[in-house]
Design a binder for this molecule. Sequence first.
Ligand SMILES: [Cu+2]
Length: 494
Amino acid sequence: MINTRRQFFGLLGAGLVSAKGSLSAAPATASLAGQYDHGHARERASSGGSPSTEDLLPVITPNVPKLPWTMEQGVKVFNLVAEPVTSELVSGRALNGWGYNGTIPGPTIEITQGDRVRIIVENRLPEPTSMHWHGFEIPIAMDGMPGISQPLIQPGGRFVYEFTLHQAGTFFYHSHMAMQEMTGLIGLFIMHPKEPLTPRVDKDFGIILQEWAILPSNTVPNTMSMEFNWLTMNGKSGPATTPLIVKLGDRVRIRLVNMGMDHHPIHLHGNTFYVTGTEAGRIPPAAWAPANTVLVGVAQARDIEFDAKYLGDWMLHCHMPHHMMNQMASMVGPMLESGHGMQTGMGMEEGMGMLRQGDALARENGPSLGRSIGISAEHERAITNAPLGGRQRAMAGMAMTGGVGSQHQGHGHEQQAGQEQMTHPASTSDPWRVPGYPQDMAMTMMSMSKVPPQPETYGLAPGWSGEMMGMMTLVRVLPPDLYEQVMERVRASA
Ligand SMILES: [Cu+2]
């Protein structure tokens, strides 16, 4: 036991140091390389012998590490520490939330159906907490309901949960204190079935969907807000999300979990998938429905599966329009427009959006209406992914060269298909005369130097990051050669 705890604190210490030392994604990237490596180990292991625990394909959770465990007299022992965590939503945009073991979301737990587990939850938060095992069919004493099934876990205290798991599927754990849920205290809990599912998948990914309200110039989420300006997948907003790397012909499973105040219709471009699982486990195949968008409701999990038949860098994103932006606010155009954003520190009337003159779309009024976010336009502008200001350049078009999509013309598009520049109509030569303008960001692409490269972004089209925002990532279905090149980089980053 002493040895176990020493190992555990050693791991934890390493995590804390890296979290404090820099805001880079290095620790998560390193662990991700390991996650893909497990897949290779499985490929080798599965070439002979009967199915075993090692034969079960581990889930890849980009930007989120796996929780290590030790075996003690037939029990898998895990340690979770609830604590304040500093992470990064996109490059240069810090988040001061609460998480587990140094990450938001907390580390992924993987077990096999039938396992007995002991999970020691330690509270290093400044207030009491409690852990709920969402959807687990376990004794009431382990349900994590303070006052009902157990006392609160006080700061500095811990609670030992132990139970046997007979279920299989995509589950999750979370604090059962509502506002703590909204500041990051959640993690994936994958229960692998004893017998591998059929058809077997080659890649199995897990993504937790979260949303955050963070005032400009702040790093601490407002957990009471109903308006969210940062939407994340595994704690990252586009373009900082890590693409899911798939080889042409792979069968792919993606497990989606939603913890927030909104539902998220997650849409995959260019492919048809089947919804194969819920937060309660596997859906019988006869009930699988084809779809390209799956609604992941609050507190729900959805598994989707598809055969990666089409080459391309396919977007996977929430289709709620406001969830496809960073520092989202109503009147997003005026908010971002240089010199016309409502500045923080103004009077109450301006801050509340009370109109004394002009109309709701007036450039001087728009930014704060209907939203509680408040604006510091110039500050936010500096880290906006696709800022206004380059409309004319955007109108001139952007040549897309490189990237899987353009290289391989995935679906056999005609060669002459593509961007063309039309003669300017009046509405483009004087956009301020157009009611409603501006709406979207002009597509002035963020220079690549501002987006820290990841091994998984190798070979993407120049300018790929410009429209990657919010709850958005890529499923990269790569030809074997490019797949190997990317995976070499993923492994080298370990
Ligand atoms: Cu959404």
